[in-house]
Ligand binder design. Structure first.
Ligand code: GDP
Ligand code: IMO
Ligand code: MG
Length: 423
């Protein structure tokens, strides 16, 4: 069996959590492969709304195995809160959630370093979620990180002391005030590892490969989006992991020769939280309308998301890098009452028309738009693709024709049930 991968094709928050939850019945295992609590994946069903940060979005299906892979970074404090929230809802995640021994741990001082580094950047700040993601991946690649397996090792205290002392040196150098808050953060962290160590910690690469050999279907769940990838996003305004399909192979220990479907999630317009280029961003009433009607406020930080039109230059770039085999279109219902809808089909860069996504973050990019007629009706309750309005289907046809990739699912609302699967 091959590994299917589901990931975001824009700047995150495309609706990955909802779609993983919808697709989970087709799979036996759901595995997160990168990122950490910077992610916020929202699921809605049976009148309930739930946001997951580190835990895979298959967790509400009790008969399915969920894995936090080696490529993920875990904050035990946030993990504990997530587990407590799930247990309150009657779930029993200890039974169906396994954690890679190789996943790296976010320490309290990683979060402080994140804040210190952001404040030093001033107007060039990334707009990080301040969950300690950058400093944790930095320690991982610098070979200074602590991993889940260290929690069970006799020399844990030694490793912990060395890491904290190293971080304190850096914080002192940055003149960052941490003395008052650190002791409480450390107490909370050490308390939280009691929850983490209750879970089955596994050599996830062995387990995942065994599942595939046993013909079990696995869905790898991406976090963030392609345009936030550390290599291919709008660097430096990116996250610190490989959010693209290739990240699933390193983040789970699966060979690229075992690649299955690559399911790309695309929002019918674009949003971005934090700093960095966003060619189709709208600063007018329409942008405000998208934000209001789409409830575009961060699932992790509550920050208002920047909103703009769908960008096909960026989308085609994402499709190329990920080798997307099918797409899921989400949140088109947010534009139910729009008279017209714009889609960016190329960029004008200093008088030259291009369909390439620029490597340079400072590039002056002016989007060239094609205008579509809005469908001006409520699509949320429609269950059959053929019953969707003609104007909506023209919009879908255009995206498919431009990208060469089929849209296999249309999401028409936040709830699990508001989903049209095309035959
Ligand atoms: P993720 O990070 O990709 O999982 O996305 P988020 O959960 O951060 O943000 C997506 C938001 O849109 C959440 O509030 C979802 O409940 C909501 N959502 C998902 N799909 C749809 C859709 O098709 N229509 C509408 N209106 N909302 C949706
Ligand atoms: P999901 O999985 C949207 C953004 C932050 C910031 C940049 C770096 O819910 O789609 P970091 O905390 O990683 O150092 O922040 O990346 N960012 C996200 N934006 N959705 C996310 O995750 C994000 N995770 C990080 O806003 O601009
Ligand atoms: Mg999100």
């Amino acid at each position: 069996m091959n590994l299917d991968i589901l990931l975001g094709l824009q700047w995150g928050d495309e609706g990955k959590g909802k779609i993983v939850d919808v697709l989970t019945p087709e799979y036996e295992v759901i595995a997160r492969f990168q990122g950490g609590p910077n992610a916020g994946h929202t699921l809605e069903f049976n009148g309930l709304k739930h946001v997951l940060h580190i835990i895979p979005s298959g967790i509400f299906h009790e008969d399915k195995i969920n894995i936090i892979g080696n490529g993920v970074v875990i904050d035990p404090v946030i993990f504990k809160k997530e587990i407590e929230a799930l247990e309150k809802m009657g779930a029993n995640p200890v039974k169906n959630l396994y954690i890679s021994k190789k996943a790296h741990l976010i320490l309290p001082t990683h979060k402080l370093l994140d804040a210190a580094l952001e404040s030093r950047k001033g107007s060039q700040k990334i707009g990080s979620t301040l969950k300690g993601i950058g400093p944790t991946y930095t320690d991982k690649t610098a070979r200074n990180g602590l991993r889940v397996l260290d929690l069970f090792a006799p020399n844990f205290n030694e490793k912990w002391d060395a890491a904290i002392a190293n971080h304190q040196d850096l914080l002192d150098k940055y003149n960052f005030e941490y003395q008052e808050i650190l002791p409480q953060m450390i107490t909370e962290w050490l308390e939280s590892i009691k929850t983490l160590t209750r879970f089955t910690c596994i050599d996830s690469e062995y387990e995942v490969n065994q599942y595939l050999n046993d013909h079990k279907k696995i869905l790898a769940e991406g976090a963030q989006g392609t345009l936030l990838d550390v290599d291919f996003g709008s660097y430096p305004f990116v996250t610190s992991s490989n959010t693209v399909a290739a990240g699933a192979f390193t983040g789970l220990g699966v060979a690229p020769s075992k690649s299955g479907k690559v399911i790309g999630i695309v929002k019918a317009y674009c949003t971005r939280v934090g700093s960095g280029p966003f060619p189709t961003e709208l600063f007018d009433e329409t942008g405000e309308q998208l934000r209001k009607q789409g409830f575009e406020f961060g699932s992790t930080t509550g920050r208002p998301r920047r909103c703009g039109w769908l960008d096909l230059v960026a989308l085609k770039y994402s499709i190329m890098i990920n080798g997307v085999t099918e797409m899921v279109l989400t949140k088109a219902d947010v534009m139910n009452n729009f008279d017209t809808i714009q889609v960016c089909t190329s960029y004008n860069m200093n008088g030259e028309i291009t369909d390439r996504f620029p490597a340079n973050t400072d590039a002056e990019v002016e989007p060239v738009y094609t205008t579509f007629q809005g469908w001006n009706c409520d699509i949320n309750t429609i269950k059959n693709y053929d019953q969707l309005p003609v104007a909506f289907k023209s919009y879908v046809d255009f995206i498919e024709k431009e990208t060469g990739v089929k849209i296999s699912i249309v999401s028409t609302g936040p709830d699990r049930s508001e989903t049209i699967i095309r035959s």
